[in-house]
Design a protein around this ligand. Structure first.
Ligand SMILES: [Zn+2]
Ligand SMILES: [Zn+2]
Ligand SMILES: [Zn+2]
Length: 215
């Protein structure tokens, strides 16, 4: 089965290259040059999505677009997987990233699972690849307020986008207040809530350098 996008207007599936729906002729992919393009896998509450777009844009000083097309859920290669494969979701998000974009950011309310030894994952990205993903599912299990949930999602999204832009982790021992503090041990929302919401000066200048307009 080929990867497709679902039209949010008529619910028909379109090939990835269609920026206009071939069934209802509505625009389903917006121009995204120079932006972080946000993609949804499954429905994501609108308010949260709007806050995410605004705050990512504020933090990185680049515009965000929310793509109307919806990523179609692909089955994991392992039939026993309870949730979406984090790898498959990241690959799908990467397949939608366009030349000249800062990155594509895949967001889902579904549970994403990285391997047989983990039941969930907050986010996933490969270092230097213009694609990052975040899952709202494990961030919302304790029914946080909208404000707390939005802040958690922003932290995860910026951390993963940091990886997309080439940033690696800081060790906990360095005691740096930064979004890029190591996440190997981040397995609970308390750690996220206590963590910094900003990049440290070194990471920020690296991000700014990467995001400088190229001529
Ligand atoms: Zn359509
Ligand atoms: Zn990380
Ligand atoms: Zn840092």
């Amino acid at each position: 089965m080929k990867d497709t996008n679902t039209c949010p207007h008529c619910r028909q599936r379109n090939p990835l290259e269609n920026s206009q729906c071939s069934y209802c002729a509505q625009r389903i992919i917006l121009p995204s040059r120079g932006t972080v393009a946000i993609w949804r896998l499954g429905p994501v509450r609108e308010g949260l999505l709007g806050i995410l777009a605004r705050t990512v844009s504020d933090a990185l000083h680049v515009p965000c677009v929310i793509q109307p097309a919806l990523i179609d859920e692909r089955p994991s290669l392992r039939p026993t997987w309870k949730g979406i494969s984090a790898n498959v979701f990241l690959r799908q998000t990467h397949a939608r990233s366009k030349k000249g974009e800062v990155a594509s950011l895949g967001v889902t309310e579904k549970n994403i699972v990285p391997s047989a030894s983990y039941n969930f994952l907050f986010g996933y990205a490969y270092l230097g690849l213009p694609a990052a993903t975040a899952s709202i599912h494990p961030l919302s299990q304790d029914n946080p307020s909208e404000h707390v949930l939005a802040e958690r999602l922003l932290k995860i999204a910026l951390h993963e986008l940091g990886h997309s832009l080439g940033l690696d982790h800081h060790d906990y021992e360095e005691e740096i207040d930064c979004l890029m503090v190591g996440d190997a041990d981040i397995d609970c929302t308390e750690t996220i809530d206590q963590g910094n919401i900003r990049f440290c000066p070194a990471c920020l200048s690296e991000v700014r350098r990467k995001l400088q307009p190229r001529h």
